[in-house]
Design a protein around this ligand. Structure first.
Ligand SMILES: Cc1ncc(COP(=O)(O)O)c(C=O)c1O
Length: 378
């Protein structure tokens, strides 16, 4: 079976992790954590990085900084991982959903304005499968209404967005560079991984301080074991940061490999009837975190059937997200009942992603493409 993902480690990873073991610095105190925070923040063009245990809690702490009152709203895409909605719900807020853009599968920014109410406090754009959200219209809206942006860049390490494309000075900016708070995951299938891990980036020193405190039980710096706020233990360990730092040192190579995988798949699969491939908008440089495809209904097959037939050919796949408005856990809480988001519903049923890991070889990629052609009788 050609796996959907395999992490790829080198000598440097072993060297840094070994150093933690050799020196005994294995918990969250240790120089790799602060180095990883500084270098990741700087790579993304931000001032502060706060490393945490995973991407889900990164979002949870970022939303905690909004100090939501019950009934306050955060606008999120329905087509995303549940972590986005949980972050809002855990903080006492109400997620408000928007549908996806049919080409990029990211939040349709044209539908956001209609969802703003007097209770709206923030937007949570999510860069889906490595392709950036169209950020400029969102920034304009957020500025106009005085709203925060919690950017979820978990799937878009190193992806870039051309900001100010209609103005005199367009500029490429990395994903993770524009949220009031921006969040990352370093789970094993991400471009760089710490096993489990995450990070919050911001340019605001007060928000950096607040998230640092929240992740570490809200110990007061001057008086340990004295607490004025409810905190969490969401720390990242030095061992994990060592792994992340080693990979960050070869980030350009990692991004180049992912972009190669994306280009090669598109080259091989382009023009196959009934198959929608990922787009790369002129204002975007995708990192093709996962190479997603959407089958047209006219093929007479849904993604589950497509996946089953690909598996018979030795190709592993994963289904697309199922929208938040189709989740029983939220229906039981009285949320999103009778809401419909046609794009998200279609891609959830017709979409899957192909093997896209850093260890994927050219021969494996060709085998995957042949299997796709075979299943589609193309
Ligand atoms: C878009 C997005 N946000 C958040 C997360 C949550 O990250 P984690 O799995 O590290 O909790 C993921 C997870 O993979 C994700 O894809």
């Amino acid at each position: 079976m050609i796996p959907v993902n395999e992490p790829l480690f080198g000598k440097r990873e072993l060297e840094y992790v070994t150093e933690c073991v050799r020196t005994g610095w294995v918990s969250s105190a240790g120089q790799f954590v602060s180095q990883f925070e500084e270098r990741w923040a700087s790579y993304c063009g931000r001032r502060y990085g706060v490393a945490v245990s995973n991407g889900t809690v990164a979002l949870q702490l970022a939303v905690a900084c909004l100090d939501l009152e019950p009934g306050d709203e955060v606008i999120i895409p329905t087509f995303t991982i549940i972590s986005c909605a949980l972050a809002v719900v855990y903080n006492g807020g109400l997620p408000v959903l928007v549908d996806s853009d049919p080409k990029t599968w990211t939040m349709d920014v044209n539908q956001v304005a209609d969802k703003i109410t007097p209770r709206t406090k923030a937007f949570m754009p999510v860069h889906i499968y490595g392709h950036p959200v169209d950020r400029d219209p969102l920034l304009d809206l957020a500025g106009k209404h005085g709203l925060a942006i919690i950017e979820d860049a978990a799937e878009a390490h190193g992806a870039e967005y051309l900001s100010g494309r209609h103005g005199p000075n367009p500029m490429w900016r990395r994903c993770g560079s524009f949220g009031t708070l921006s969040c990352f995951s370093f789970y094993a299938n991400k471009l760089i991984t710490t096993g489990e891990g995450g990070m919050i980036l911001t340019d605001d020193p007060a928000l950096a301080e607040r998230t640092r405190s929240l992740r570490n039980l809200c110990f007061l710096p001057k008086r340990r074991f004295y607490h004025e706020e409810l905190g969490y233990n969401f720390r990242l360990t030095n061992l994990q940061a060592a792994l992340g730092l080693a990979q960050l040192e070869r980030m350009d190579e990692i991004v180049a490999k992912k972009r190669w995988i994306g280009r090669e798949y598109t080259h091989c699969l382009q023009g196959l009837p009934g198959l929608q491939l990922p787009t790369e908008e002129p204002w975007a440089r995708s990192v093709y975190w996962m190479y997603g495809v959407v089958l047209s209904e006219e093929t007479g097959m849904d993604a589950a059937e497509f996946a089953r037939r690909l598996a018979e050919q030795g190709v592993d796949t994963r289904p697309f997200f199922l929208g938040m408005h189709e989740q029983p856990v939220f229906h039981r809480r009285g949320l999103f009942q009778n809401e419909r988001y046609p794009v998200a519903e279609r891609i959830a049923r017709q979409g899957l992603y192909l093997p896209s890991g850093l260890a994927l070889t050219e021969a494996q990629l060709e085998t995957v493409c042949e299997a796709v052609r075979e299943v589609l009788h193309a």
